[in-house]
Design a protein around this ligand. Structure first.
Ligand SMILES: Nc1ncnc2c1ncn2[C@@H]1O[C@H](COP(=O)(O)OP(=O)(O)OP(=O)(O)O)[C@@H](O)[C@H]1O
Ligand SMILES: [Mg+2]
Length: 421
C-alpha cells in the first residue's frame, strides 16, 4: 500500500461517518479546478459502541473504526493520515446572528472616509459574529455566512471591493457539546488519524446532494438516519435553519419488532424487503411468513398491514420535519420543497407519502460532484460520507477554515484533557 500524505503528490480527501447503524469511510482525490472528487475507496461496517450521536462503548467503536479505515485504504490502495468526520446528536443547536464593523477606522494615513472592503474586513465581522455567550461545555461547530449589508445596501453575497462605512454580516451558527466532539475526535485519533474537521451531518449531505438553484430558491434537506433525522433549510444560497430530530428509520424497525413480536434483526430485514411508506400503495394480498421463536405454528402478515405501522411512524417524522421548517421563519415558500437522503430515504414510496403530507415537491437525494467508482456510492445512504469528501472544496464554513482551526483547537483540547490524568 502506498503511503501518500494528504496534500502531497495528489490531494486526498477522507471522510469518516460514524452513524448509529453504520460506520462508513471513503477516500477520494480532489480533481483540481473542477470542484469534484474522484472516489478511490469506500467501506462500511455495522456500527458498534455508538448510538444517537454518542459513544456507548469506546473500545468497540475504535475496533470498528480500524476495520472500516483498513478496508477503505485497501480498496483505494493508499494509506491516509487525515480525515473529516460527520457529527450529529441531540446536543447540537443552531442560531442565526449578526455582527457589524466600521470600515473607516484603521486607515494608515489616519484620514477617515469610505474605502473598499477587503477579506480581512469580512473576517473581522465573522469573528465578531462568533462572540455569543455560550455555556462552558459548548463550542461553535460551524459559522456559515448568509449575507452581508454595506450601509444601506442589503443582501450582498460577496462584499469585497464595495465601498462603505459599515459592514454587517448575518450568519448561521451551529454549536455542539464540547465533550461529544472531543470524544469522537479522540477515538479517531487513537487509530492514527488526525481530524481536520467535524461536519454536522445534514450539511455534509446537503453539499453532496443539493443543486445550486435549490439552495438559492429554497429547499429543505432531511437526512433520515437510523436514530436521528437531521434538517438543513436553505434559502438565498445559505443555511437558514438546522436541527436534529431524535427519531429515525430505526424507530420503524423497533415498531415492527414490537408489533409483530419478532427480533430486531428480522424486523430490519422485513422492513427493507416488504415495507412501504404509504400503506395504500402496498398490496393486502401479498403476504409473507414470520419466523416464530419456538417454531409453534406459522404466522404470516400482508405487506399492507405491515405498511400501516410504517406509515404511522413516517407520518410522525414528517410532522416533526414540518415543525422544523416552520421554525426557519422564511417568508417566501421553499420552491424546491424537500430533498430526502440517508438510509431512511431508501424506504419504498417515501417520496409519495412526503409529497401528500407536506404538499411540496419531494425528491430523493443522491451524491453529486463525485467521479470514479460512483456506482457503489450512488445511493442516499452515502450522501453524508460523499459530502465529507467534498467539504474541503465546497464548504464556506468560517469557523473551521479560519480562526478555529480544528487541528489546533482539538489538539489543544485533547492535550489539556490528557494532562488532567
Ligand atoms: N432499502 C431500505 N428501506 C428502508 N430502510 C432502509 C433501507 N436501507 C437502509 N435503511 C435504513 O436506514 C437506516 C440506516 O441509515 P444510515 O446509515 O443513514 O443511518 P446512520 O447514519 O447509521 O444513523 P444516524 O445518522 O441516525 O446516526 C437503518 O435504519 C436502515 O434500516
Ligand atoms: Mg447518519
Amino acid at each position: 500500500m502506498r503511503s501518500i500524505s494528504n496534500g502531497k503528490d495528489r490531494q486526498l480527501t477522507v471522510g469518516i461517518d460514524i452513524g448509529s447503524s453504520n460506520i462508513r469511510c471513503a477516500i477520494g482525490s480532489i480533481i483540481p479546478d473542477a470542484n469534484r472528487v474522484k472516489l478511490l475507496g469506500i467501506s462500511s461496517t455495522p456500527s458498534m459502541g455508538f448510538r444517537k450521536g454518542s459513544i456507548s462503548h469506546r473500545n468497540q467503536l475504535i475496533e470498528q473504526l480500524e476495520k472500516v479505515l483498513f478496508e477503505a485504504e485497501t480498496m483505494a490502495d493508499v494509506k491516509v493520515n487525515n480525515a473529516v468526520l460527520a457529527i450529529t446528536g441531540n446536543h447540537i443547536r443552531c442560531l442565526n446572528t449578526q455582527a457589524a464593523a466600521a470600515l473607516n477606522r484603521n486607515r494608515s494615513n489616519g484620514v477617515s472616509g469610505d474605502r473598499a472592503i477587503v477579506e480581512t474586513d469580512i473576517d473581522q465581522v465573522l469573528n465578531l459574529s462568533q462572540a455569543i455567550s455560550l455555556p462552558p461545555d459548548r463550542d461553535i461547530l460551524h459559522t456559515l455566512p448568509q449575507e452581508y449589508s454595506v450601509d444601506t445596501l442589503k443582501e450582498i453575497n460577496n462584499p469585497i471591493g464595495l465601498t462603505g462605512r459599515r459592514l454587517e454580516g448575518r450568519v448561521h451558527l451551529v454549536t455542539a457539546a464540547t465533550s461529544a466532539m472531543r470524544n469522537i475526535v479522540d477515538c479517531v485519533e487513537e487509530i492514527g488519524i488526525k481530524v481536520n474537521g467535524l461536519v454536522f451531518q445534514p450539511l455534509a449531505s446537503a453539499i453532496a446532494t443539493l443543486k445550486h438553484d435549490e439552495m438559492q430558491l429554497g429547499v429543505t434537506l432531511a437526512e433520515i438516519g437510523s436514530s436521528t433525522t437531521d434538517i438543513a433549510v436553505y434559502h438565498g444560497g445559505a443555511v437558514r435553519h438546522s436541527a436534529v430530530i431524535p427519531i429515525g428509520s430505526g424507530s420503524i424497525t423497533n415498531d415492527i419488532a414490537v408489533m409483530l413480536q419478532i427480533s430486531i434483526e428480522e424486523a430490519e430485514s422485513i422492513k427493507i424487503k416488504y415495507a412501504s411508506a404509504k400503506a395504500s400503495l402496498s398490496s393486502p394480498k401479498l403476504e409473507f411468513d414470520l419466523q416464530t421463536e419456538n417454531g409453534d405454528g406459522k404466522r404470516s402478515i400482508s405487506e399492507h398491514e405491515l405498511s400501516r405501522y410504517v406509515e404511522a411512524r413516517m407520518q410522525e417524522i414528517f410532522h416533526l420535519i414540518i415543525n422544523e421548517i416552520s421554525r426557519a421563519d422564511i417568508k417566501e415558500s421553499l420552491t424546491y420543497g424537500l430533498v430526502l437522503s440517508g438510509g431512511g430515504a431508501q424506504l419504498s414510496n417515501i417520496s409519495a407519502l412526503a409529497g401528500d403530507l407536506m404538499g411540496m415537491r419531494v425528491r430523493i437525494g443522491t451524491p453529486k460532484h463525485i467521479d470514479g467508482i460512483t456506482d457503489i456510492a450512488d445511493l442516499p445512504i452515502h450522501s453524508t460520507t460523499m459530502g465529507l469528501l467534498l467539504w474541503p472544496i465546497l464548504s464556506n464554513d468560517f469557523a473551521q477554515s479560519n480562526h478555529i482551526s480544528m487541528n489546533t483547537f482539538f489538539q489543544k483540547l485533547i492535550q489539556s484533557f490528557k494532562e488532567l490524568f
